[in-house]
Design a binder for this molecule. Structure first.
Ligand SMILES: NC(=O)c1ccc[n+]([C@@H]2O[C@H](COP(=O)([O-])OP(=O)(O)OC[C@H]3O[C@@H](n4cnc5c(N)ncnc54)[C@H](OP(=O)(O)O)[C@@H]3O)[C@@H](O)[C@H]2O)c1
Length: 323
């Protein structure tokens, strides 16, 4: 089968398309014919070997001298083609979506143990649309539902509203939780963020939301470009600042500590709860959430997809099509 292999840490140039053996599922695993993957920040981390969190995380997740995950890709969507003897939750022909920390999603076939990281995909989405949900909506939901516990009457600001996580965050905050949503994005994305449901849009190239005197109950920094100190004056009395920027604990450590002693709080480090894939499927099938797809690259051009994502200007998700 065709797969994108990463034998050493480095730039996107290290990614190679190779023919490798098709995996055979164990008794507690399913074999999936994968039709789509989507680029997310951890794909770049695992490929580049960039230091994140602590040495332990690097050893366990990334690898020390060479990548632990030889086949790249974390988010997948495809069809179950065979199931191990002990698998009762899925059957041949099920169309699924999910995410794995073990790589292997940029390949025609992948074997996966049964756990909460795989779920039946929404009926009204293609494989490409479904895979976008995994790395986009899961962290958005972790931030808004689990960390900030947003509620209907609140004012919520999403910084980075045009990105892979931000586009889902706007829709979840507006269409699921019915909050008043302000999206922050660049000029070319203002109309898209309005269309996603934002009540107000701030163009970050023209206005600094931390200095305009507006107050929010929740500020979700979905692109990790701000910090708690800057945002404190824009938070209400018991306001919460949540950030995706868990790669940079040093930047936030002091702010996390100081937030313990104030009524305004900073929260971060949300990796997401994959059992939310079932909740998201319900919302998607009810028509509350859709995927925004920027570009679709064929498997053979995965390196170009990494380069495009790393440039930091994706509008929604960058997809790998595995035909
Ligand atoms: N904690 C987790 O579980 C988790 C999981 C995955 C990712 N992450 C982190 O989440 C972050 C976002 O990931 P992503 O994949 O959603 O990012 P992304 O799609 O690459 O975000 C790109 C978007 O951000 C916008 N943007 C750039 N600078 C901005 C600024 N200063 N203000 C407002 N918008 C700005 C860009 O718009 P313009 O082109 O107009 O600049 C672009 O549309 C990454 O930093 C990643 O490390 C965290």
């Amino acid at each position: 089968m065709k797969a994108i292999v990463c034998e050493k840490f480095g730039s996107a140039d290290v990614l190679e398309l190779k023919d490798i053996e098709k995996p055979i599922p164990k008794d507690n695993e399913v074999l999936i014919r994968n039709y789509a993957s989507a680029i997310q920040a951890l794909d770049i981390t695992f490929r580049s070997g960039r230091k994140v969190l602590s040495g332990v995380f690097r050893i366990v997740a990334t690898g020390i001298r060479k990548p632990r995950k030889k086949i790249v890709g974390l988010d997948f969507s495809g069809e179950v083609v065979s199931v191990g003897k002990k698998v009762t939750q899925f059957k041949e022909g099920d169309q699924v979506y999910g995410g794995t920390m073990n790589g292997n999603a940029c390949a025609e076939y992948m074997r996966l143990p049964i756990n909460n990281r795989i779920a039946i995909k929404p009926k009204n989405m293609s494989f490409q649309e479904a895979v976008a949900v995994v790395g986009g909506a899961i962290p958005a939901l972790a931030a808004l539902k689990n960390k900030a516990q947003i509620q209907g009457s609140q004012k919520v600001l999403i910084n980075g509203a045009s990105g892979g996580i931000g586009t889902f965050a706007v829709q979840i905050a507006k269409k699921v939780y019915d909050t008043e949503v302000t999206g922050v994005c660049g000029t070319s994305n203002v109309d898209m963020v309005k269309d996603l449901g934002a009540d107000y849009v701030i163009d970050y190239t023209k206005e600094d939301f931390t200095k305009n005197g507006q107050i929010y109950d929740v500020i979700f920094d979905a692109v990790g470009k701000n910090n708690f100190s800057n945002c404190k004056n824009s938070l209400s009395q018991n306001g919460i600042y949540v950030t995706v920027d868990f790669y940079n604990p040093r930047k936030h450590r002091l702010q996390l500590i100081t937030s313990i002693f104030t009524s305004k709080k900073m929260k971060g480090g949300m990796l997401g709860d994959f059992s939310d894939l079932n909740l998201l499927r319900e919302w998607i099938e009810e028509g509350k959430i859709k995927s925004v797809i920027d570009r679709v690259y064929p498997l053979s051009q995965t390196a170009d997809a990494h380069r495009y994502y790393e440039a930091g200007h994706a509008k929604g998700k960058v997809i790998i099509a595995i035909d």
